[in-house]
Design a binder for this molecule. Structure first.
Ligand code: PLP
Length: 425
């Protein structure tokens, strides 16, 4: 089929706006009449710096990120790389804070004694908190255990325990077991595989009136740019580009500047070694990437350019920025869930209604014969009318309609209509 004949509901990499791809295709051949394509220009050139700075500024405008307090950096290790980067950097920041406090309490104290006290402090107090509500936060939790060891990692909640061993609900926040002064509290805002999305910022993690509160880290890989987020509640949020932002190849971290020098300096490798803590690869150290405006090493400027074009399109389409997209995202999700709910004899929506994702709509088909046969028939018929990419993640099966920003309203309407017709036939 031709591009215009299909609506692609794949979970990522996701559909990109055709006009953005056309602009990028031209830029790939010849960027702005320079005779060189965007992927050939040096990442050290002025034009590359301009592309980075514009994309950062447009992201900040669209999401209302206060640039005085937050740094936006482009990285390359994907969401998975950020599972590790968040551990390294925020454990480093925690150690740096304890170290500074010990130095202040013991002016002139000898280094060996300070390091011994620091080591004791690490062993007794270091905790990383993980809220596990689906496959991706589970992976991040497992990565933290692998990097620092299980003794330092606290499972705040495992959502499966409240739902027959499966993801699909978020247990009441009053049951969450948060540590005191954790180096970070981690959660995934939208679980791409399981179709579970936090309906709003978890109230129990909100900052107190005096501005203090937990150090919150969120993975927003699959719902960023689709709704307003309370940016200042986060110390770090990150997302791969390949769902709502652009093409695979860049990952964005939005980091509170108080975690960067001169406020916090990451502990040196020898100190971490003495403390028995892991040493971050330099490419995952936020302060290094931030100091170099994301150009510590070679960055894919093509991918930053595509992300920048998507942001420009969003800003042009929605004068009220992310709020405009939020309304459209809600409408599209309502259409699809509405069609599914209208036929309870045929469809079973996987997650609980309270945490249904607007981005990844997961359901099973129970009509006629086995689930397996019904789902195969659904996928086949959908594909025949140009609705593609609907197969659920291989780990959970079923159907998953990824309803990212690039799915037009008409695409969601077409899917809702098909859901109706399929149930009736
Ligand atoms: N986090 C979420 C919510 C995701 O959906 C994904 C990938 O689909 C990842 C993390 C992992 O991202 P990557 O493949 O870029 O490492």
């Amino acid at each position: 089929p031709s591009r215009s004949e299909i609506t692609y509901f794949g979970a990522g990499p996701a559909l990109l706006p055709t006009d953005v791809l056309e602009t990028a295709a031209q830029a790939l051949l010849d960027y702005n009449g320079t005779g060189l394509g965007i992927a050939e220009h040096s990442h050290r050139s002025e034009l590359a710096t301009n592309i980075i700075n514009e994309a950062k500024a447009d992201l900040a405008t669209y999401l209302d990120i206060p640039s005085a307090d937050y740094e936006v950096i482009f990285m390359q290790a994907g969401g998975t790389g950020e599972f590790a980067a968040s551990v390294y950097n925020l454990v480093g920041a925690w150690v740096a804070r304890q170290h500074a406090a010990l130095l202040q309490a013991n002016p002139g104290g000898d280094e060996a004694t300070i390091v011994a006290s620091l080591r004791q402090k690490v062993e007794s107090d270091l905790k990383l908190d993980y809220i596990v509500t689906g496959s991706w936060s589970l992976k991040a939790y497992q990565e933290a255990i692998r990097l620092v060891g299980p003794e330092y990692v606290n499972l705040v909640v495992d959502a499966r325990t409240a739902n027959d061993g499966k993801f699909g609900k978020i247990p009441d926040q009053s049951t969450w077991k948060l540590s005191k002064d954790a180096a970070l509290v981690y959660y995934c805002d939208n679980e791409t595989v399981d179709g579970v999305e936090f309906p709003e910022f978890p109230a129990v993690l909100a900052p107190k009136a005096d501005g203090t509160g937990p150090i919150v880290v969120a993975d927003m890989s699959s719902n960023i740019l689709s709704r307003r987020i309370p940016v200042t509640n986060y110390s770090l949020l990150f997302f791969g580009a390949q769902k709502n932002l652009g093409s695979t190849g860049v990952t964005v971290a939005v980091l509170k500047k108080s975690f960067l020098p001169p406020t916090t300096v990451q502990p040196s490798a020898p100190l971490l070694r003495k403390l028995g803590l892991p040493i971050p690869p330099i490419i995952l150290q936020y302060e290094i990437i931030a100091k170099n405006n994301s150009l510590y090493n070679t960055l894919s400027i093509l991918d930053v350019y595509i992300a920048g074009q998507v942001l420009k399109k969003l800003l042009k389409t929605y004068p009220d920025k992310v709020d405009g997209q939020q309304a459209v995202s809600a409408k599209k999700a309502e259409l699809i869930y509405g069609a599914l709910e209208a036929h309870p004899e045929a469809y079973k929506i996987v997650p609980d209604k309270s945490v249904r994702s607007r981005m990844n709509i997961c359901f099973r088909i129970t009509k006629n014969g086995t689930i397996d046969e019904s789902e195969k028939a659904f996928l086949k018929e959908a594909t025949s009318i140009g609705l593609t990419g609907l197969k659920g993640h291989r780990s959970v099966g079923g159907i998953r309609a990824s309803n990212y920003n690039s799915i037009p309203l008409e695409g969601a309407e077409k899917l809702a209509q098909f859901i109706n017709t399929f149930a009736k036939t």
